[in-house]
Design a binder for this molecule. Structure first.
Ligand code: SF4
Ligand code: SF4
Length: 168
């Protein structure tokens, strides 16, 4: 149990939407060790990445009950840049349903002034949400980064670049 009193219960969605490096498990495919809706078959021996993982719903009660991943089909995590919303590829339009779509837009609006991004990920395909529009970024690899072009705090363009090119 977490500080929020929430438990994963019948939810196992992170075992589908997250990539697990140690298992070479790609994002958007069920882990072979998962019994969907029941739990991890190798729980005592699961990789460190799995041990340290908690989605935002599990640990932050500011995210209301309807965001529970098994219901919403959306797993929220934070990154250095902001919020990442991984959508169950079996329900690729889940993030466009209400109330999720409106709440995501509200976060994109507040994120713009705080320089925090809201990114929706379906499989490996990413979409950057801004108050005004969606930037479909296509498939973004683990070695690639989103580069935003800003006009003040407003995002006017977004592209994807190799991380190694940014370091040069
Ligand atoms: S997505 Fe969140 S609530 Fe669901 S199993 Fe993973 S950590 Fe638990
Ligand atoms: S090893 Fe277990 S906890 Fe980790 S992704 Fe697979 S099923 Fe989930």
């Amino acid at each position: 149990m977490t500080a929020t009193g929430r438990q994963c219960g019948d939810c196992t969605l992170c075992c589908k939407v997250m990539a697990i490096e140690e298992l070479a498990k790609p994002a958007g495919a069920w882990c072979p060790h998962c019994a969907p809706g029941l739990g991890c078959r190798i729980y005592p021996d699961r990789p460190a990445e799995c041990r340290s993982f908690s989605c935002v719903w599990l640990v932050n009660e500011l995210l209301e009950e309807h965001w529970k991943p098994s219901r919403s089909k959306l797993v929220l995590t934070t990154s250095e840049d902001g919020l990442e919303v991984r959508c169950d590829p079996g329900f690729p339009g889940a993030w466009r349903r209400e109330p999720f779509r409106s709440e995501l837009r509200e976060w994109a609006i507040s994120g713009e002034t705080l320089d925090m991004t809201v990114v929706v990920i379906v499989g490996q395909r990413m979409t950057l949400l801004t108050p005004e529009r969606e930037f479909d970024l296509g498939i973004v690899g683990p070695d690639e980064r989103i580069v935003r072009e800003l006009d003040g705090t407003r995002v006017v363009n977004a592209t994807v670049t190799k991380a190694s090119d940014l370091e040069q």
